[in-house]
Design a protein around this ligand. Sequence first.
Ligand code: FMN
Length: 193
Amino acid sequence: MNVCILMGSMKKNGNTEMLSRPFVEQLKSQGINVEYIWLSDKNLQPCKSCFVCQSTENIPGCSIKDDMENVYKAILNSDCIVFATPIYSWFCTTPMKIVMDRLFCMNKFYGNTKTHYGLLENKKCAIIATCGYEIEQGADLFEESLKRFSNHSHLDYLGMLAVRDINGICDFETEEVIQQAKEFAVHIYNACT
Ligand SMILES: Cc1cc2nc3c(=O)[nH]c(=O)nc-3n(C[C@H](O)[C@H](O)[C@H](O)COP(=O)(O)O)c2cc1C
C-alpha cells in the first residue's frame, strides 16, 4: 500500500511537519510505502484554465510542464493522498491550493467525449492540519472543501487530524499529540487494507 503525503507547510521543522512525523513513522512501521512531497520546494505553476487536459484520456494530460508531473505520478501511484497543511486565511497554503486546482485534469468531465470518469476514483484521502484558531473555526472550511473535492472526484474521504497551535512547536511534541497522530495513521491503515 502506498500513501502520498503532500506537505503544504512553508516551514521546515514547523508545526505541521512535527505533527506529521509520528504519523509517518507509524505508517512505515506497519509496512506502508510513504512518498513525502514538500510542495514549497517544487516549481508549481497555477492552472491556467486551458482545458487541454479534458481532451485526453487515461493520463493527467496537463499542458503545463513543471514539477507537477512528478506529483501526478506520486498521486496516481498512491492508494491514499494526505493533504498536510497549516491553515492560512482559513484555507490551505498557496502551493497546496495550486495542487488542488491542478488536479482538475484528473476528472474528465468537461471534454468533447464527456466520459465522466476520474483518474482518482476509488483512492482515499485525508487531511493533517494545524491552525491557530480552535479547530472548528480554523480548519473547518478547508475540511469542507476537501469533502466536496472528494465527492466530486469520487475519492473516499477518511477524515482529518487537526491540532491547534497555541504555544508554538511544543504543542505538537506532547505525548498526547504524538499518540493522536499515530492513532490517525492506524485509522488510515485500517481503512486502506
Ligand atoms: C500567513 C498565516 C496565515 C494564517 N491564517 C490562519 C487562519 O486563517 N486560521 C487559523 O486558525 N490559523 C492561521 N494561521 C496560524 C497557522 O495555521 C498555525 O500557526 C500553523 O500551526 C502553522 O504551521 P507551520 O508551522 O507548519 O507553518 C496563520 C498563520 C500564518 C503564518
